[in-house]
Design a protein around this ligand. Sequence first.
Ligand code: AP5
Length: 237
Amino acid sequence: MTNDSATHPPAPADTTFLPGPVLLLGAPGVGKGTQAKLLMAEYGIPQISTGDILRANIANGTALGKVAKSLMDQGQLVSDDLVNQMVAERLAEPDTHRGYILDGYPRTINQALWVDNHLAAASTALPVVAISILVDYKKLLHRITGRRISPAGRIYNIYTSPPAVPGICDVDGSILVQRPDDSEEVFAERMKTFEAQTAPVVEHYRNPGRFQEVNGDLPVEAVTVAINAALHKLRQT
Ligand code: AP5
């Protein structure tokens, strides 16, 4: 299975606070990927995005990518067994020892139970905490249809964070594309999938010492400040 090298962390800017394993939960387009990349840069821990790993498998034509593509294009979830196995392999890599940000995982109760067991068995130094980001449907639709990504997974938005040259990545000059699942029709299916299968996961983690909700309907920097405040609060309890 392949992974996006852009999700491996650079040297940490903040070595005084270690957030440990963090689950970023929320509907399609709330800003999980945007915020995970910022937290990765700040704390030097990797972003593990199951969506990015699956897209890398599709781009590389792997067997997993072939199975995943049609499900993703229809707004359905890839099977728990395949995704859990993918996450197990990624968590075994050495860069996860200081912590990591799980972006878009777990997404079903079975995945949540699997990761809870996995983390209990691994006896990590810091317990896992969950941050749920909230944004309303209409704004999510606007964000999703305006999103453009680079092949390396850098995220832009034609309305709120456009590249300097339209259609071109500021960092590596690659051509930006729209994800096949970012149409209005597939977004509606993804939201139905979220309500049916992932909303119960948010409830599963709703426990005072391990869970915080954050308003995602603010400028990107303000959401980052709110997430950092939530992480510090959780680590004090
Ligand atoms: P995945 O890639 O995980 O998609 P998702 O969860 O639907 O989330 P998105 O990537 O769409 O949004 P995001 O919250 O990361 O928002 P972003 O930061 O990009 O999954 C895709 C598919 O893969 C699934 O449908 C499923 O098929 C499969 N899959 C993945 N994980 C799976 C799992 N665990 N189990 C089974 N199947 C799985 O931001 C969105 C846009 O908004 C961007 O343009 C950004 O620039 C903009 N933006 C971000 N923040 C702000 C802000 N504060 N203000 C204004 N604009 C903002």
